[in-house]
Design a protein around this ligand. Sequence first.
Ligand code: NAD
Length: 315
Amino acid sequence: MILKVKRASICGTDLHIYRWDEWISQSMGIPRIIGHEVAGEIVELGKNVKGYKRGDIVSVETHFVCHTCAACRKGFFKVCYNMKILGIDLDGAFAEYVKVPAFNLWKNEIDLPEEVLSIKEPFGNAVDTVLTEDVSGKSVLITGAGPLGMMAILLAKHSGAYPVFVSEVKDYRINKAKELGADYVINPLKEDLYEIIMEKTKGEGVDALLEMSGNEKALEEGLKCTAPNGRVSLLGLFEGKVNVDLNNLIILKNLRVYGITGREMFSTWYKIDKLLESGLELKKVITHSFKMEEINKAMELMEKGECGKISLIPF
Ligand code: NAD
């Protein structure tokens, strides 16, 4: 299917590509058109494709799967052995047009602004992280209030978590976390995160740790703050190997630890629409919009951490 790009948004992975750091330069080839968070209008349909027409506005599940490996055959598409990722393994969406398989389209039937449609994909990561287990009436700690942590704050509050603690080190994001409704926002470089959480939870710790920073220190502190028998969902990707006291921080506390990658295909997409329809104001995490040719400005803001999600308007 060929889509005319309506909006694309910038993911942290795009920043890695922009910097061309060691991790990304070893995992992708160039030249490549980057960008994978996208909403577009169908302008050309593949042969035999049913259920869509020209003019439909769609979002895109950016993990293209093989349908034949053992993971796919068991229904675990998000860990397909032969996964190809839009904008990394195949030309992506920071362009006028983008080509995607019909299987990966998500038809948008609820009325939402185009910039929100392109961030359904990363929101799916936040949904799978926050809702790995029920959070209603539970205390949570979100480590890292980048765009994904911001989405997690909105979702945790929307889903009845209380209190929602957030740890973040950048001023812009500390302020944004407060604005999005976090109950306590703590800068661990200036305050004692563990002391504050223990005081507010009457010495128990939080029921769930949602690790969304990819920072080793944040993970260690988060695990310390998690109550025995608590739940940990790990979304953040770390720069390298992580040194954590597994015995004392996980095993002897009887924690349940989940690794989170991508989104469930497509049960999470159904949840996303219901959450947005029920009033979750995802637009609040979009702090800037730029024309695509201004991408350098956008990357500078991301580098400084002075933004939430940045939306790009095509040429
Ligand atoms: P981001 O880098 O914009 O946000 C991370 C935030 O963590 C930043 O605001 C940073 O200031 C904060 N932080 C750093 N050190 C901290 C500390 N010690 N304590 C508290 N906060 C700290 O990233 P994002 O786009 O919001 O994504 C969140 C994470 O999820 C990243 O690590 C990203 O690579 C990862 N990710 C994973 C998947 C997946 O499928 N598993 C998909 C997308 C993104």
